[in-house]
Design a protein around this ligand. Structure first.
Ligand code: FRU
Length: 508
């Protein structure tokens, strides 16, 4: 696989040491963003770009574009056997800017085909994050089964815009009545996620108000005319750190009944600083969301690198499939990846379970992972062989302290501690794990995730790729996702007995 190129790495390290840009994204305050060209000169239209996708650190089982910058997943909708994944994309470079909707499609949630860019910056500004729905009933009048996308036009102000596709999501036409929700007052007003509310036969749009720590709910019958329904905020639930972004609202089965889950991304108030995605559980009556009194903040992932995740609209079987951006605004602009920057997390299936008498949102990698996996084998001496990517499963005694070490032949290692008294898994992303010098916020000596179980033993599933380690307990109650930049994928697992593993085949 990748040839470790010392010269390239030193150049990157020197280059980034001189760079003190900790958060490459400008604040989205009224008109304060620098001017950007209306029409990119030579946008990379995606889809056509040839790439072997085997450069150093290139994920082999996670989606990345052939080249250029990505952040949040957008417009995730399942239509006619195809999962569409749009995403924040810079067609012109490997840093945040010129925000457009890049596009990839998949039929199995594992193999992705990069498609031409779906939407480029327009008269309303950058194409910020948003969602898409399938208009089966033609309520919007663009034809039955048109895909309708909602995004924030971020120019002088953040306003909600709509575009529709009648060719299966490949190209979009801007709605002539844009913006569908105008705004000249609020500095942060973005990331429309549109979901269906059955009883009131109404489309609900959730919007994040950033530093105001509010989510607004708007309703519409025809997807074009929107009226404000309510505002959710909760002082008790969350200390006022970090801005609220990228909401999602899920109606989930729970204990024979149901609950509503409100997902809110928070930056920089995440579980280890920087970006993180929290959730509230409660009820939604078609107008207002009321949160249960739980021990917030609750995170959908306790690692450093799962942000802005939302779920698929129209997912088959009513599954709750979430994909997040596998990065963190604290250091994303400096991660040593070129000519692309950032990957998506593996898709996860969410379930609402009961733990300690209260709801707990759990996550496990979607079962489609089996489709790229080899046979389970036992790892003699913990050695999983030279693999770019694999899944390991390990049984861990929760009543005694232990350290699971993932190590490679360069002596780089990533330690995961089982802390029995705290009942937590603690990952250590320090200089021993590989490259960390590109940004001084990247090294994190103690990334902690609660086990969220009373069992004496859990089975951990660890998905290691060229630049990430995702850890899930088998029942999904303990989840952490972390980027790492080792010279090769860690291939020896020590500190535990009976490691089993299966190779994961490259999706490219
Ligand atoms: C979240 C976010 C969104 C915004 C987008 C801009 O990461 O800040 O709120 O729409 O990124 O790229």
């Amino acid at each position: 696989m990748k040839l470790y190129n010392i010269l390239l790495l030193s150049a990157l390290t020197l280059g980034t040491m001189a760079c003190d840009d900790k958060n490459p994204k400008p604040e989205f305050v009224n008109g304060s963003e620098e001017e950007k060209p209306n029409t990119p000169d030579e946008p990379n239209q995606g889809g056509e770009v040839a790439s072997s996708r085997n450069e150093q650190y290139r994920p082999q089982v996670h989606y990345t574009p052939a080249k250029n910058w990505i952040n949040d997943p957008n417009g995730m909708v399942y239509v006619d056997g195809t999962y569409h994944l749009y995403y924040q994309y810079n067609p012109q470079g490997n840093d945040w800017g010129n925000m457009s909707w890049g596009h990839a499609t998949s039929t199995d949630l594992m193999h992705w085909q990069e498609q031409p860019v779906a939407m480029l910056r327009n008269e309303w500004g950058d194409i910020f994050s948003g969602s898409a729905v399938l208009d089966k009933e033609n309520v919007a009048g663009f034809g039955a089964n048109a895909i309708i996308a909602f995004y924030t036009g971020s120019g002088e102000h953040q306003q909600q815009c709509m575009a529709y596709s009648t060719d299966g999501g490949m190209t979009y036409t801007q709605y002539e009545g844009n913006p569908v929700i105008a705004n000249t007052e609020l500095p942060d007003f973005r990331d429309p996620k549109v979901v269906w509310h059955e009883e009131s036969k109404t489309w609900i749009m959730c919007l994040a108000l950033g530093w105001a720590h509010q989510i607004e709910f708007w309703g519409s019958k025809n997807l074009k005319n929107w009226e404000k329904l309510s505002t959710f905020t909760t002082e008790a639930a969350r200390p006022n750190i970090g801005q609220w972004e990228c909401p999602d609202l899920l109606r989930m089965p729970y204990n024979g009944g149901e609950k509503w889950v409100l997902i809110v991304s928070n930056n920089p108030g995440g579980p280890v600083g920087g970006s993180g995605t929290e959730y509230f559980v409660g009820d939604f009556d078609g107008k207002e969301f009321k949160a249960m009194d739980l021990d917030y903040p609750l995170w959908i992932d306790y690692g450093a690198d799962n942000y802005a995740g939302v779920t698929y609209s129209n997912a088959p079987g009513g599954r709750y499939i979430l994909i997040g951006w596998m990065n963190n605004w604290n250091y994303c602009g400096n991660v040593p990846c070129s000519p692309w920057r950032s990957a998506m997390t593996l898709p996860r299936e969410l379930t609402l379970k009961e733990y300690n008498g209260t709801p707990l949102l759990t996550a496990a990698v979607v079962k489609e992972l089996d489709g790229i996996a080899g046979e389970w084998q036992s790892a003699a001496g913990g050695n999983v062989g030279k693999q770019d990517a694999y899944e390991a499963r390990i049984k861990v005694n929760l009543n005694e302290n232990s350290t699971i070490r993932l190590e490679n032949s360069y002596g780089e290692y990533f330690d995961i501690e089982v802390n029995a008294s705290a009942r937590k898994l603690i990952a250590k992303r320090t200089a021993s794990t590989g490259e960390v010098k590109f940004n001084n916020l990247f090294s994190l000596p103690s990334i902690q995730a609660p086990f969220n179980t009373d069992a004496d033993e859990i089975e951990l599933h660890i998905v290691a790729d060229c630049s990430s380690v995702e850890i899930f307990s088998a029942d999904g109650t303990c989840v952490m996702t972390n980027l790492v930049y080792p010279k090769e994928t860690y291939n020896v697992i020590s500190g535990v007995d009976n490691v089993e593993y299966r190779k994961l085949n490259s999706i490219w």
